[in-house]
Design a protein around this ligand. Sequence first.
Ligand SMILES: *[C@@H]1O[C@H](CO)[C@@H](O)[C@H](O)[C@H]1NC(C)=O
Ligand SMILES: *[C@@H]1O[C@H](CO)[C@@H](O)[C@H](O)[C@H]1NC(C)=O
Ligand SMILES: *[C@@H]1O[C@H](CO)[C@@H](O)[C@H](O)[C@H]1NC(C)=O
Ligand SMILES: *[C@@H]1O[C@H](CO)[C@@H](O)[C@H](O)[C@H]1NC(C)=O
Ligand SMILES: *[C@@H]1O[C@H](CO)[C@@H](O)[C@H](O)[C@H]1NC(C)=O
Ligand SMILES: *[C@@H]1O[C@H](CO)[C@@H](O)[C@H](O)[C@H]1NC(C)=O
Ligand SMILES: *[C@@H]1O[C@H](CO)[C@@H](O)[C@H](O)[C@H]1NC(C)=O
Length: 504
Amino acid sequence: MPHLRTLCVYFLVALSPVMTNTITEDIDVLVFLPQNNSYLFSYERVAPAIHYAQKRLKADGGQYSGFNFNIQFENSDCLYDAFFTLADRSCGQKPDLILGPVCEYEAAAVVRLASHWNIPVISAGALATGFANKNKEYSHLTRIAPSYVKMAETFTAMFEHFTWKSALLVFEDDREQRNCYFTLEGVYHLMSNYNIESYVLTEDKPLDTDELLRSINDMGVVIMCMGADKIREIMLAAHKRQMTTGKCIFFNVELFNASSYGNGSWKRGDEYDNDARQAYAALNTVTLLRTVKPEFENFSIEMKMPFEKVGLRDCNDCENVNMFVEGFHDALLLYTIALHEAMKNEYSKKNGTEITSRMWNRTFEGIAGQVSIDANGDRNGDFSLMTMTNVEAGTYEVVANYFGVNGTFQLLPAFNTEHFTLKGGDKDHPEKTDKSDTPCKCMLITCLTLMAIFLVQCLFSLISPRPHRWTRSVSFDWSHSRSCSGGCNPCSILLFQKKLQNYH
Ligand SMILES: *[C@@H]1O[C@H](CO)[C@@H](O)[C@H](O)[C@H]1NC(C)=O
Ligand SMILES: *[C@@H]1O[C@H](CO)[C@@H](O)[C@H](O)[C@H]1NC(C)=O
Ligand SMILES: *[C@@H]1O[C@H](CO)[C@@H](O)[C@H](O)[C@H]1NC(C)=O
Ligand SMILES: *[C@@H]1O[C@H](CO)[C@@H](O)[C@H](O)[C@H]1NC(C)=O
Ligand SMILES: *[C@@H]1O[C@H](CO)[C@@H](O)[C@H](O)[C@H]1NC(C)=O
Ligand SMILES: *[C@@H]1O[C@H](CO)[C@@H](O)[C@H](O)[C@H]1NC(C)=O
Ligand SMILES: *[C@@H]1O[C@H](CO)[C@@H](O)[C@H](O)[C@H]1NC(C)=O
């Protein structure tokens, strides 16, 4: 019965996609990455990772191999390029997925338009606090790298653990990409229960170490985000004034550029190296937690190959896989999982809302380890705390980890409590408060009075300029102006009442 057999084969072939769960579909992906290699997320660094993910999904031979990704790369200049490229498509074929841009201001424009067009956007950037509001203009944004607010959780966990009450944020604002501004904005935003002040360095306001050290002395804990040379300058000045012996605790945040922190970061080959090494014994660094699993080795080697072939050119530190490279790899993976699930449930690839929602509140296996996206479409982050454990050699070790997925702070064997104990008296401002130990037994009359004062001050704070720059940013709407967000719970009114005193 040869005919029946042929028929059977045809039948099986026709059925096989259904049986193996394979869905066939062409997917247009538009990727925005800078051609300029001075960015850690330049085309040359990140594109191989996206192609690697594409190859793996195809080769898996399984449920995702029916997706044909047509990937188109466009330039991002961190200003307008990406937005104009996208806007040019308004009458033509729109992509099914957008990856990038990374830079905050450029991402804001692209995500707004894409959300309006119902196109999912996944970025390993767009880390600023404002993007967390997904109700409207950023509704289709999924952030595959931990945002600055997620990083800030590391500090709230530490502040809780060590019962610190106040901190000075010191950062450099370049008024362009403003990475440090956005980084510490996350801390400022999340730590509203603490007494936080800030010290900003700009081109017009260069570093005045005397003034800065006075502020540091008042606050006890300092969180810095700056170029490595400025950090060194501050640490040397602090060391000279004996402020590095436990009177103050210093942190710097360095998330992306692995080669700029850790062992030897104090070293410049100048006459101050010895002092710097001792000063850095008081400097702790918060960075991304590095995980390595066997598959990562292969990925990492493949990422280096293009650079080994052509030489390093103008690309510095190119051989290191960073958060952006990993992120864009995992972005394609996450989208594919969500798309597959949506299509199995009879949704079309054009239903961006549905696909986006299936990327959120999900944990999957990324190239370097587990990736967990929270219910708001933002990745939970894991961070490490590094300190100098051998002052003689000037070497650093990871002493603690923070896991965003369950909010735990894990102390490692190298951890030394003494190192994180503030010595030399309580530097807390008298008016600082702590939610947990504020007794809240206010009577109705007191409550009403407070409420009235609160409202007046809210009004006042809205019309008067305030010392913090975060409330008057140019492009984003940072109107989560926190002094008015206390609600009408008497306890929170009390707290905000106290807080307002600090502001005025
Ligand atoms: C690349 O970017 C850097 C820093 O933003 C800039 O100084 C440089 O001129 C750019 N290079 C090119 C070729 O545009
Ligand atoms: C990374 O850090 C190294 C060492 O501090 C520095 O030379 C390099 O310019 C940094 N790269 C970027 C992109 O910030
Ligand atoms: C620094 O060096 C020490 C000793 O060589 C090593 O154990 C540690 O892992 C290094 N730390 C970093 C961050 O590279
Ligand atoms: C990585 O894995 C792929 C597939 O398993 C293999 O073809 C490739 O040779 C590996 N690359 C390296 C550098 O080991
Ligand atoms: C997309 O999916 C949502 C459910 O998430 C559904 O309500 C909506 O009708 C779908 N839109 C289209 C165009 O199919
Ligand atoms: C997230 O997923 C869990 C189960 O995986 C579910 O219980 C929870 O309700 C989801 N949260 C949201 C906000 O959708
Ligand atoms: C939190 O998550 C991390 C990483 O997944 C895990 O190692 C740790 O044991 C968890 N801690 C708790 C208390 O669940």
